[in-house]
Design a binder for this molecule. Structure first.
Ligand code: GLN
Length: 425
């Protein structure tokens, strides 16, 4: 166990004797299935659920020789930005006392930042790899949709999420990406990256001479002043190394958070229907009425944030409201995608602060869900557009709080963001 509550379960899983990760420990987020080792998704609903199979990424880790030191704590079913909604208690930020580690993969980022694992896997539906990486001062990559298999990832919102690496440096993160990336016959949404010359790790060469960076002004508006200052300092650093930057417009992103939450909650309401105490989850007992049994299981097994999202998602999909909310959100998603594609015609990568704010104080966010959702302003648009993004440490605020810089690339442009990020970390 760690003092900051990074692991839900610290059971060691040994990998093959040799392979590219033979001398590495890789912690795995607790919504990624591990055969024979319980996988709770941070939920009381799954407190004794033991998967009968490994997720594809776990199989690949084992084949690569990695040792898995445990399953990391997370917001319940990935729903959160602070890792405070876990049924197993909140995670503390090991590098910023009294602050949250970010979420939902807060445990994964914390164990890497504290040196309790060399590397970790997280999952990112709307920022859950990049946010905790930024708040804990480490590197996180959200891959292009379809680059990494989701087989064995307990679904929150399948059309948005990807599993990805968290690591102390860009090169380490890229090495882990090399192991987990690539098509999988168990996940029909995976595909071969079109350009596949050279490993991702080899792209971490720091050579950014001539790199053109677009800065979407909308992603700086309203951000914390010290975060913006730290961001520009890092941009100056990149410029000094041969990159150039220009401002770009992404008018659609002002609607991204709304669109994201409608889509994510709608998908969640459908995905989480299987947790009824019969198919999956704690039993709700049976007194002659199955509806009551299901209701009991869900009342007791789910936390407040999960219930809120199931209710809102069910509402958004219901007859009469479907066109007003869900369909509108899908239109906004298409617009966001188009805006990114256009901006990336004149730039190799786009840059912004990963999070508009520094790590929040612990215990303050859950009372005000809307403000918490707005903290996802810079990360959610990238999931809507299915693009790859990396968060790298940009520096610190005056109080020593970590600030992350996000780089977004074209679809399957992982090498571009890895190369650019490696000039900083
Ligand atoms: N904070 C976002 C949410 O709560 C993102 C979570 C994630 O990427 N899993 O939905």
């Amino acid at each position: 166990m760690t003092a900051y509550n990074g692991y839900v379960t610290d059971e060691t899983i040994e990998g093959a004797d040799d392979g590219p990760l033979a001398d590495k420990t890789v912690a795995v987020k607790d919504n990624i299935s591990t055969e024979g080792v319980r996988t709770t998704c941070g939920s009381a609903m799954l407190s004794d659920y033991v998967p009968p199979y490994d997720a594809t990424v776990v199989e690949r880790l084992k084949d690569a020789g990695a040792t898995i030191p445990g399953k990391t704590n997370m917001d319940e079913f990935g729903m959160g930005t602070t890792t405070e909604t876990s049924a197993y208690g909140p995670v503390e930020n090991p590098v910023a006392e009294g602050r949250v580690p970010g979420g939902s993969s807060g445990g994964s980022a914390a164990v890497v930042a504290a040196g309790d694992a060399d590397l970790a896997l997280g999952s990112d539906t709307g920022g859950s790899i990049r946010c905790p990486a930024a708040f804990c001062g480490v590197v996180g990559i959200k891959p292009t949709y379809g680059l990494v298999s989701r087989y064995g990832l307990v679904a929150y919102a399948n059309s948005l999420e990807q599993i990805g690496p968290i690591a102390p440096s860009v090169e380490d993160a890229a090495e882990l990406l090399d192991v987990i990336a690539g098509p999988d016959e168990h996940d029909a949404t995976t595909q071969e990256a079109p350009e596949s010359d050279g490993s991702y790790a080899a792209a971490a060469d720091g050579d950014i001479d001539g790199l053109s960076i677009g800065v979407p002004t909308e992603l700086l508006d309203g951000a914390d002043e010290e975060v913006v200052e730290t961001f520009w300092d890092a941009m100056d650093d990149l410029e000094a190394q041969g990159a150039s930057y220009h401002e770009v417009d992404l008018p659609s992103v002002e609607h991204a958070v709304e669109a994201y939450y409608v889509i994510a909650m709608s998908e969640a309401s459908s995905n989480l229907a299987r947790f009824d105490g019969v198919r999956y989850g704690q039993s709700g007992g049976y007194d002659g009425n199955w509806n009551e049994s299901f209701a009991n299981a869900r009342e007791e097994g789910f936390g407040e944030e999960v219930k809120r999202r199931i209710l809102l998602g069910t509402y958004a999909l219901s007859a009469g409201y479907h066109d007003k909310y869900y369909k509108k959100a899908q239109d906004a998603r298409a617009w966001v995608k188009q805006d990114f594609d256009e901006a990336l015609e004149d730039a190799d990568v786009l840059a912004s602060p990963t999070m508009p704010v520094p790590p929040m104080k612990r215990g303050e966010s859950l009372d005000d869900p809307l403000t918490m959702y707005l903290a996802d302003a810079n990360t959610t648009p990238v999931n809507l557009a299915n693009l790859p993004a990396i968060s790298v440490p940009a520096g610190e605020t005056g109080d020593g709080l970590p600030v992350g810089l996000q780089l977004v690339g074209p679809a399957f442009g992982e090498r571009d963001i890895i190369r650019a990020g490696s000039a900083l970390a």
